[in-house]
Design a protein around this ligand. Structure first.
Ligand code: GCU
Length: 332
């Protein structure tokens, strides 16, 4: 596989070696695992994974560490799943939606309005009773899910006007992640979903190929989408987790003890990322406003009603329905 540097981010220019944001702590470990990430190195998950690498190096006496490659340096998310399967990249953080292409049951974790809060989502994602089966369900395709990070709440934004009700999205092409569920969701919400990788969104809006996107405040502000799509409307329709994936062939090269250390320290990474996520969303809203963005709070109920048919359309297996019910039950 070829490692491509993709545009659209603060990617270090020029070809050659990809730059990583590895912590000093583990840079000279015997084995430095590569972690692919599509956002910049300041984002919560990157910071938390870098610190995890440092603790891993310490606790394994320098046997293992991690280097985070941010900014799509190792490829867009969809490509990095394939690189993990091939063993070319050791770990990747990818939106849960992408795993629906490997086992459709993952959709139960990615449904609109599935989670009531970040706390609810985090409790679900890292409870093996709820997610254990689905996380290990695609090992025969060389993918093992080790856990999930909350990546905030997604809302729509566009270049034309504040959205107050589903009808306002009529005729608008809104970028969605590369999953059929997301395309269908946007259709039910009143617009037209256009799937593409995150790195292409800015240019697509700027050139008028699409009118907007849907994402959390941090991506909106950091990727400067506010410059080309200044209307951000809090539809709060989606909380898609980012899942940490590896391949069994890579992970099982570690001894059982080292794997246990990794998984233990991973819990600390979830906690660190969680705190940083709460903060970065608030800070990003302020930054986007300074850059000229206008935020509005539509009534979310019409959007919730609009996407309700997705439950019957997408949860077509007993296992996906049970998983979804367990997700919802954890809200109470
Ligand atoms: C969020 C999410 C990413 C995802 C991105 C997207 O940033 O954390 O995993 O790639 O949205 O919209 O593509």
């Amino acid at each position: 596989a070829t490692l491509t540097a993709c545009g659209g981010f603060d990617t270090p220019s020029g070809g050659g070696e990809a730059e990583a944001s590895g912590g000093a702590g583990g840079a000279d470990a015997e084995k430095v695992f590569k972690v692919a990430f599509n956002q910049n190195a300041e984002q919560p998950e990157a910071v938390a994974m870098t610190h995890l690498g440092e603790r891993l190096a310490e606790r394994t006496d320098g046997r293992y560490s991690l280097e985070v490659f941010p900014n799509e340096t190792l490829g867009a998310q969809k490509d990095t799943v394939e690189l993990v399967q091939a063993g070319t990249v050791d770990f990747a953080l990818v939106a849960g939606s992408l795993l629906e292409n490997f086992n459709p049951d993952f959709v139960a974790l990615n449904m609109p309005f599935a989670y009531d809060s970040q706390e609810h989502q985090e409790a679900v994602l890292n409870d093996p009773e709820i997610t254990g089966d689905v996380y290990s369900s695609i090992e025969d395709q060389n993918i093992r899910v080790l856990g999930g990070f909350s990546a905030g709440t997604r809302s729509v934004y566009n270049s034309e006007k504040p959205i107050t009700e589903p009808a306002d999205l009529a005729g608008m092409k809104i970028r969605v992640m590369e999953s059929d569920t997301n395309t269908r969701m946007m259709e039910l919400m009143g617009g037209t979903g256009t799937p593409m990788g995150q790195g292409e969104v800015y240019t697509a809006i700027q050139s008028g190929v699409i009118e907007g996107g849907e994402n959390n405040e941090s991506i909106y502000a950091n990727l400067k989408h506010a410059e080309v799509a200044p209307y951000y409307s809090y539809t709060k329709h989606l909380m898609i987790p980012d899942l940490l994936i590896t391949s069994p062939a890579v992970f099982d090269t570690m001894s059982a003890d080292d794997q246990a250390i990794f998984l233990e320290e991973l819990q600390g990474a979830f906690e660190e990322s969680s705190e940083l996520t709460t903060k970065i969303m608030a800070d990003s809203k302020a930054a986007a406003e300074e850059a000229g963005a206008e935020f509005n709070e539509p009534d979310v109920e019409p959007f919730r009603d609009a996407v309700a048919p997705l439950v019957d359309e997408k949860l077509t297996t007993d296992t996906s329905r049970e998983l979804y019910d367990a997700v919802r039950a954890a809200a109470e």
